[in-house]
Design a protein around this ligand. Structure first.
Ligand code: PLP
Length: 414
């Protein structure tokens, strides 16, 4: 049976999340849809509430006490994220709505400026749509080509031919750090080194990495890193694009409007310094403040403990689910190569039926293509059922999932 690490007390952590203390459909809530979004601890909820109750004002412009406080809160949040992520400068942290907007920002600015006919962007077929479609849009407008790293039968990237996939025309490799559909943890360091050797930049989609592992962008050595606060215990509508300062400096602005300008004339304008050049309009101030509170929370709990706990849950869940007849688990077989995401099929039961039955048992999981239709095509299915773990999940949650799946089997007559 799985043991928690001595400093990691899952019951104490769980008590920090008020939403988990409820009954759904007559059963205690078992929340296993964490790859879609995570729940929020009291620390984050209180910071958000306090910001709105005490400090709310618009940032950077007002000459009054509340505006000063809001600006300090917003910029301190940036500073906090920069330090946590290992950025070399707070100006490298651009607030966005989330991972999707961060990638779209790079595609619409760097992509439109730098890519020309025949240039190549290397993606993987494991990408979330948010790291495919922005590049398709840019490729259509610039004549650039998209190439893909394929997956093997286990759902791991095939990197044997990486040197052939990276050509003299490759300008960017854009890939996910951790797969939301399979849980695969990618050997990003290897790809970064190979891409840089060919003169290509690397953008990493960290949406499924930062909730589970310590990420240091300087140590990783990529050029862009994108993530969403809501998947790591922070609020929705807030995310980050980290970019290497010298690259961000050269990039055109994303959207035009207030905040992002230096001077506005009739026909031309100049741009604000980094990172404000990329933050047009009133930003999600509370979102940024809440995201920094989430960073504080993650560090308070500790990534070592989180990783060990989630690896234990994964092991326990795979063992238990292994007792089920007709179960197919997708993704890497080796535990060290996957995060706490279990995408699976149960006989020929439709994933939506499984999710509906589990919901009636109080178990929240996800069914669908997980915004990763290329992965579904690779697996030869239209959809999978996905259970995904967070630090606050317990072996009881896994047991409830297992019992729910037994109910599914009962209904489908197996
Ligand atoms: N990338 C990955 C790997 C994801 O899992 C997700 C969300 O599921 C996204 C990108 C998009 O994140 P958001 O919707 O927060 O922009």
């Amino acid at each position: 049976m799985y043991q928690t690490v001595s400093t990691f007390d899952v019951n104490k952590i769980r008590n920090e999340f008020p939403i988990l203390q409820q009954v759904v459909n007559g059963k205690p809530l078992t929340y296993l849809d964490n790859a879609a979004t995570s729940q929020k601890p009291r620390d984050v909820l209180e910071v958000l509430s306090r910001y709105y109750q005490e400090d709310n004002a618009n940032v950077h412009r007002g000459i009054h006490e509340l505006s000063r406080r809001a600006t300090v809160a917003y910029e301190s949040a940036r500073e906090r994220v920069a330090e946590w992520l290992g950025a070399s400068d707070r100006a490298e942290i651009v607030w966005t709505r989330g991972t999707t907007e961060a990638i779209n920002l790079v595609a619409a600015t760097w992509g439109m400026d730098q890519l020309t006919e025949g240039d190549e962007v290397l993606l993987t077929i494991m990408e979330h749509h948010s790291n495919i479609v922005p590049w398709q849009l840019v490729a259509k407008r610039t004549g650039a080509k998209l190439r893909y790293i394929e997956l093997d039968a286990e759902g791991k990237l095939i990197l044997d031919d990486l040197d052939q996939l990276l050509t003299d025309r490759t300008k960017l490799v854009a890939m996910t750090h951790v797969s939301n559909a399979l849980g695969t943890v990618n050997p990003v360091q290897r790809v970064i080194e190979a891409a840089h050797a060919k003169g290509a930049l690397v953008l990493l989609d960290g949406a499924q990495a930062v909730p589970h592992m310590n990420v240091d962008v300087s140590a990783l050595g990529a050029d862009f890193y994108a993530f969403s606060s809501h998947k790591m215990c922070g609020p929705t509508g807030a995310g980050v694009l980290w970019g290497r300062k010298e690259i961000l400096e050269e990039m055109s602005p994303y959207q035009g409007g207030g905040e992002m300008i230096g001077f506005v004339g009739r026909d031309e304008s100049t741009w604000a310094d980094l990172p404000h050049k990329f933050e047009a309009g009133t930003p999600n101030i509370a979102g940024a403040v809440g995201a920094a509170a989430a960073v504080d929370f993650m560090e308070k709990v500790g990534y070592d403990g989180i990783q060990e706990h989630e690896a234990g849950l994964l092991r326990y869940a795979l063992d238990r689910m292994g007792e089920l007849k007709d179960l197919t688990v997708y993704g890497p077989k080796t535990l060290g190569e996957r995060s706490g995401v279990i995408s699976f099929a149960l006989g020929d039961a439709h994933p939506h039926d499984i999710a509906t039955i589990l919901d009636s048992e109080g178990v929240a999981i996800r069914a669908g293509h997980h915004c990763a239709q290329l992965v579904m095509k690779h697996l030869g299915v239209a959809a999978t059922t996905r259970a995904s773990f967070s630090m606050y999940n317990t072996t009881d949650d896994v047991d409830r999932l297992f019992e729910g799946l037994r109910v599914v089997q009962g209904i489908f007559g197996r």
